[in-house]
Ligand binder design. Structure first.
Ligand SMILES: Cc1cc2nc3c(=O)[nH]c(=O)nc-3n(C[C@H](O)[C@H](O)[C@H](O)COP(=O)(O)OP(=O)(O)OC[C@H]3O[C@@H](n4cnc5c(N)ncnc54)[C@H](O)[C@@H]3O)c2cc1C
Length: 435
């Protein structure tokens, strides 16, 4: 049965869910607080599982065109001299997992999803801040006073989710402040290339692991031009604020990153504008409201530290799984049960990615010494073992015990949210005949 659905937020989660639900014939309206599609932020890396999810959503071709075809090698590097700790060839992701490792600007990513949502008949409203959600009547209330009643409300409104706080959980445990900030910079390729010291940074994707700090160096295509996107992750800065970004002071940055390879100091010389954000995780116990027809997805439900570049992929996987879950509901009365199933199916995977990313964050910021040396050895070994043999295309459904397990990468990168959701739903509901 087609449901009248209201989604709050036009981030990756909201737009992906809008597309997935419209594809299934549901009537979808998305409400966004900002007056234009958000172009804030910077780089997003999209790994094999994220690209497979976009393929399921039917937007992969368009997405890949925007990313561009330039393959880049990647790996982890030592902060002080730039030497490789791990090194992966550009084509290794496609060879191993069937999809590449793409980099894209967040605004371009959202634009692709926005255009597709429109083509699919999703109604999109900008400048509509949701200020309240009434669980009893499944109604959202806008700042303007307008009320919109629906069969189902989806909160895709990010880490500071109003939908979560009002309709699901306002417990302080739902949020974890990591006491880390990220300062984000985008520099035109022409500037980076103009200096022989900084020019090589356009030719690879790299994470530089340093004491208490990390740099993600990610070239992206922006409006047809290449740009160097850099995320500087550092301890909490007095410039950062709760819930929104603020201009960063580069004197602070110079101090945090003074021992890094000198060309990052040069990059700072060339940078005119940088913004700092706080990194926050979300982990509410429930993703659904008491009455059961309000659900949260994406960062509202499971925001993750950025060390493994998986938050956006988790959001698209959520969208696919949610659409499959709703497909098992024949009437409005079935919605609470399928939304509970949605959380049961998605939460273990998202939780493991969160835990892994937090652990990776601790590893990435170790002080120099025996633990750091052990880490570097372990990463080298893991990389060699992971890519020793081609993936056998068998999806690993069980959560692996540890990231040292040989099943870790097939579990993460080989995941197909559509297949997995239907496998799990078949255990809980009427078995689908896939007519
Ligand atoms: C530093 C950093 C680096 C990252 N790097 C990567 C990466 O490389 N790869 C990756 O996959 N992921 C990455 N992520 C994670 C990724 O950005 C998010 O997980 C992803 O964007 C999902 O976001 P979302 O749609 O759930 O929320 P958001 O992007 O936060 O979107 C929420 C939307 O809801 C709107 N909204 C909020 N409140 C209201 C309201 N009351 N009414 C109406 N609208 C409202 C907001 O304006 C916004 O448009 C990174 C995150 C960080 C912080």
């Amino acid at each position: 049965m087609p449901f009248k659905t209201v989604i709050v937020g036009t981030g990756i989660a909201g737009l992906a869910a809008g597309i997935a639900l419209a594809d299934k014939g549901h009537q979808v309206t998305i409400l966004e607080a900002t007056s234009k599609l958000q172009a804030i932020g910077g780089i997003i890396v999209v790994q094999a599982n994220g690209n497979r999810a976009l393929d399921r959503l039917g937007v992969y071709k368009k997405f890949a065109e925007v990313c561009g075809t330039k393959p880049l090698p990647g790996g982890v590097r030592r902060y002080s001299d730039g030497s490789d700790i791990t090194a992966r060839k550009a084509e290794i992701f496609t060879d191993q997992w069937g999809y590449p490792f793409y980099t894209i600007h967040r605004a371009d990513y959202q634009q692709v999803l926005w255009e597709t949502a429109k083509e699919k008949g999703v109604t999109l409203h900008l400048g509509c801040r949701v200020v309240s959600v009434e669980d009893e009547t499944t109604t959202v209330v806008l700042r303007s006073g307008e009320r919109i009643e629906a069969d189902l409300i989806i909160g895709a409104d990010g880490v500071k989710s109003t939908v979560r706080t009002i309709a699901i959980s306002d417990s302080p445990d739902a949020i974890r402040d990591c006491k880390l900030d990220v300062t984000r910079v985008n520099l035109p390729s022409a500037i980076v290339r103009s200096d022989p010291d900084t020019s090589p940074a356009m030719d690879y994707i790299a994470l530089f692991f340093g004491p208490q700090t990390t740099i993600a160096n990610v070239p992206i295509r922006r409006g047809g031009e290449w740009v160097l996107g850099i995320d500087y992750i550092h301890p909490r800065d007095e410039n950062s604020a709760d819930g929104y970004s603020k201009p960063q002071d580069f004197e602070h940055m110079r101090e945090y990153f003074k021992d890094f390879v000198p060309f990052y100091q040069k990059i700072m010389d060339y940078t005119e504008e940088a913004n700092v954000w706080r990194i926050i995780e979300t982990m509410p116990k429930s993703w659904t409201s008491k009455k059961g027809r309000v659900v949260i997805i994406g960062d509202a439900a499971h925001a993750v530290q950025p060390f493994v570049g998986q938050g956006g992929a988790m959001a698209v996987e959520d969208a696919i799984c949610l659409a499959e879950c709703l497909d098992r509901a024949e009437t409005i009365d079935d919605i609470p049960a399928v939304l509970r199933a949605f959380q049961e199916i998605r939460e273990p995977r998202c939780k493991l990615v969160q835990d892994w990313s937090a652990a990776q964050g601790q590893r990435a910021t170790l002080l120099d010494g025996p633990m750091q040396e052990k880490r570097d050895e372990m990463l080298k070994k893991l990389d060699t073992e992971t890519f020793r043999e081609p993936w056998n295309r068998v999806h690993v459904d069980m959560n692996p015990d540890s990231i040292m397990s040989s099943e870790w990468e097939p579990w993460l990168q080989g995941h197909d949210a559509f297949i997995y959701a239907n496998k799990e739903l078949d255990k809980r509901f009427r078995v689908r005949t896939h007519e």
